[in-house]
Ligand binder design. Sequence first.
Ligand code: SF4
Length: 359
Amino acid sequence: MKKKLLGLTLDELKAICLEEGLPAFTAKQICQWLYRKRAVSFSAMTNLSLKARELLESKYEIGAVPFSRFARSKDGTKKYLFDIGEKGEGFPGNFIEAVMIPDEDRKTLCVSSQAGCRMGCRFCMTGRQGFHGNLEAARILSQFFCIEEAEELTNAVFMGMGEPLDNLDNVLRAIEVLTADWGCGWSPKRITLSSIGINRLVGSNAQGKKSPLERFLDECKAHLAISLHNPFHPERLQIMPSEAAFPIEETLKIIRRYDFTGQRRVSFEYIMFKGLNDTPRHARALASMLKGLECRVNLIRFHDIGDTEFLPSPMMTITAFQEILQKAGITATLRASRGQDIEAACGMLSGKESGFVKE
Ligand code: SF4
């Protein structure tokens, strides 16, 4: 199999050029073609010598995956389907989705980091389908580079399919490409990673090592959003089985050790389920849990995904909940739902082929 170049750093490309007997400056040119001009073939790299292009073509591939279908919402949101089913790579016929959300002068991409997810949140379509594999950096970056709005994207949220801290190396690599001077040159302030909060490393050689959450906070400057959804351990456990291994209290202990008073922000996502987590008791406990932390709470009305016992909270209940938080000094906003008609809203991504326009 040919080595993929998409997702490699400038230093890694320099090492390849050295190995192949190409001048070191070729690496910088390749970076520009890959990350600024989004070239999908070596023949497009016209300022590289013919010899360099032929050599690269014979031994390497770019690794960009085009989208196979898309669906457009009446509110302008667009959901893209990527076929990542390549034999031999552990993805037997699987699809992932990315959602482009336009909002005034912004175009935000909601990007997937895994095919499926192992966290199993009970209110989420992705969680229901189980885990199929981690996306390598080239697959994550393809969602940015291969959609029709690639040149217009202003922001990114790692809130699509998968738990990004469960595929941290590839996610950090993609963020490095997006933010490096030799890459796309984005400010990390344009990127938010959303997680259930993987607050410890699991496995036999985990002793003494940093948790994925700490590594993310130490190794990049992107914003953090934590899926909280319930302040009480036994109740959060009922809707998020990952609470057993990664209790929210431990996640908050880590977050409190970092500075969120400057450029970097932390926010908490709170999906509101009727009668389950939307009472004044929950609002007061949430306010006390977040007391003293510079943060924001995003309240999200549950989107019915069918075949569940969950119901969306009434708007009046959500407003009352928001008021309790605000009176306690916590900034709480109600997040507008986007792309619900094409199943592109929060928790609705399933990787199903139906409902898309074929390209
Ligand atoms: Fe995974 Fe996020 Fe869905 Fe939970 S909500 S199952 S972490 S994709």
